[in-house]
Design a protein around this ligand. Structure first.
Ligand code: CA
Length: 230
């Protein structure tokens, strides 16, 4: 399977080249939108990992130009997390969409889905695409969270937040760490963006249910754990 990675952050592009090569893909890398489009049109790829913000030609424009010629599956990467950007990306013909920062296992899982690659392993990466705690389940590929089988209607940020908390379940995460990981920003004590998001998440995640999973450790941060069994 041959992949094209179009990403201008050199470090990330190299990381993807190495990681995806390790997953058995043959990987070409381009750091520029125009060059990337040329390769995408002239080459023969099973899928393209496409960054949204690129020099030369923006990822969205690249995708539009590519779609007039080819239907190669495209997984779009972006630092922008607004719902509109997601909708724009999918409308322009992206097959899937991943928000930075992402887990490498998630990228591999999604590439597997869009290329319909047969899972050669014995299902051992199913664990990496689903996270769970008590009756809470998060499916990273379908981007769906459920509790007791009921779908939780989460925003993109709330989904990132719950994913982070679940990956580090049982650990107290400081507001600074959450701000950095979910909002990609340095923590400024003047902002209460994390508190507000935690409160909103809690009303969806815990309020309708008997057993609260999201706990506040005063002065320290937040922890996701099942305390009903202690
Ligand atoms: Ca970029």
């Amino acid at each position: 399977m041959k992949l094209l990675v179009v990403e201008d952050e050199i470090k990330l592009a190299e990381y993807l080249r190495k990681g995806l090569t390790g997953e058995g893909y043959t990987v070409d890398v381009s750091n520029d939108g125009l060059d990337g489009l040329h390769l995408a049109v002239e080459g023969s790829y099973d899928a393209i990992v496409l960054d949204r913000m690129l020099p030369g030609l923006d990822g969205m424009a690249l995708l539009t130009a590519l779609r007039s010629k080819k239907a190669t599956p495209v997984l779009m990467l972006t630092a922008v997390t607004g719902v509109d950007d997601r909708v724009d990306g999918l409308k322009s013909g992206a097959d899937d969409y991943l928000v930075k920062p992402f887990a490498f296992s998630e990228l591999v899982a999604r590439l597997g889905v869009i290329t319909r690659r047969q899972n050669s392993g014995s299902g051992d990466n199913s664990e990496a695409t689903k996270l769970a705690l008590a009756d809470l389940e998060v499916d990273l590929v379908r981007r769906k969270a459920t509790r007791g089988g009921e779908i939780l209607e989460l925003t993109a940020k709330e989904f990132s937040l719950i994913t982070l908390l679940l990956r580090r379940q049982g650990a107290v995460l400081s507001r600074a760490l959450i701000a950095e990981q979910v909002w990609d920003m340095n923590f400024d004590s003047g902002t209460n963006v994390v508190e507000v998001a935690i409160r909103r998440l809690r009303t969806k995640l815990d309020v309708p249910f008997e057993n609260p999973l999201l706990h506040t450790e005063r002065g320290m941060g937040y922890v996701l754990e099942d305390r009903s069994i202690k």
